[in-house]
Write a protein that binds this ligand. Structure first.
Ligand SMILES: O=P(O)(O)OC[C@H]1O[C@H](O)[C@H](O)[C@@H](O)[C@@H]1O
Length: 325
């Protein structure tokens, strides 16, 4: 069974794909200033600190601790009490304005460069924007909610807000508002880098039976016959699963835990690990590629979202850790 699934993880090619993705974003220079500081320290349990060398707001609740960088509105860390960090941040992470390699990059208002022309940044503008805390507070039961928004993206025709709820679970919601009158199309992702014992020794439930588009095979469509596992040779994965079910379990026997990802408003899942050869060419991954698997909540590939004028579209994920014991 193990061998069958591992073989199936390589995938059966089922045909080509046409990904009619939104385009038309202009090249924009986003000025990445130092971290903006608002009055977030008025929220009980929220302070400023450092996580893995990166300036961050630190959120402490009775059930968890989290770190969020205001460069990118980027969750860096989520540690339920007594647990190992859910997220991986590269030991080779670069300073801003290089996008942070790890945690949860916010990919918005497009994923990758799908459909984009010209010299635009990979994964859009939000992950290299400066963000500010716009509100928040302590909820009944002690969870802390933090509201954030990017600064300096007013030239785009969509507006973004993010809500984080930190407690036993991490809830993260991206809300995209179209303030205009004409529909606007977007793709997006919460690009989670989950910390794992070894990317070659974990699996992801919740994807079997789906078709995926393989970026390592010119976006050809393949069938995912069994749970996702990193293929044996070459050991790498860059897959978009359109029309995915919205509940995925990253099972890690080495760390003795499963990470549950439940999504809403996210029609796609993406599973990425570059593997050894590609990682060797990435200055901020290198030899550390085994330490993470990205399981991403997304609207990507053909799952383009059209936001009518004067409406708001939301995409959210809830991440919960449990022991395999
Ligand atoms: O290097 P980045 O721009 O951060 O992108 C890292 C990765 O993100 C996603 O998972 C994409 O599917 C990959 O194709 C891409 O390589």
């Amino acid at each position: 069974m193990e061998d069958a699934c591992r073989r199936a993880g390589v995938g059966r090619r089922t045909g080509g794909t046409g990904t009619g993705i939104s385009g038309g974003y202009r090249r924009v220079t986003v000025v990445c200033q130092a971290h903006g500081v608002s009055d977030f320290d008025q929220i009980p349990g929220v302070s400023i600190g450092i996580h893995q060398g990166l300036e961050a707001i630190i959120v402490e609740t009775p059930q968890a601790r989290a770190a969020v960088s205001l460069f990118g509105g980027h969750v860096l860390s989520f540690v339920p009490t007594g647990a190992v960090d859910v997220f991986w941040v590269s030991p080779l992470v670069k300073a801003p304005p290089t996008p942070i390699r790890g945690g949860t990059p916010v990919c918005w208002p497009y994923f990758g460069k799908e459909g984009q022309t010209g010299d635009v940044p990979s994964h859009g503008y939000a992950r290299t924007a400066r963000w500010t805390v716009t509100g928040g507070g302590v909820l009944d039961g002690g969870d802390v909610e933090v509201h954030l928004a990017p600064v300096g993206l007013g030239h785009l025709d969509l507006r973004l807000r993010m809500t984080l709820r930190i407690g036993a679970s991490l809830e993260q919601t991206l809300s995209t508002t179209n303030p205009g009158t004409r529909p606007v199309r977007l793709t997006e992702a919460l690009h989670n880098y989950f910390r794992v014992s070894d990317a070659t020794a974990v699996h992801v439930d919740g994807l079997a039976g789906l078709t995926y588009l393989d970026k390592f095979d010119d976006m050809a469509a393949h069938e995912q016959d069994c749970d996702w596992r990193l293929p044996a040779d070459p050991a790498r994965s860059d897959r978009i699963y359109p029309g995915a079910g919205g509940r995925y379990l990253l099972v890690d026997p080495g760390l003795g835990r499963r990470i549950e990802i439940v999504t809403q408003g996210a029609r796609s899942a993406v599973v990425w690990n570059p593997g050894e050869a590609v990682a060797s060419g990435m200055a901020d991954v290198g030899l550390h590629w085994r330490g993470f698997v990205c399981v991403e909540a997304a609207n990507a590939g053909p799952d383009v979202v059209e936001v009518p004028g004067q409406t708001t579209h939301s995409m959210s994920q809830t991440i919960t850790v449990s022991s395999l014991d």
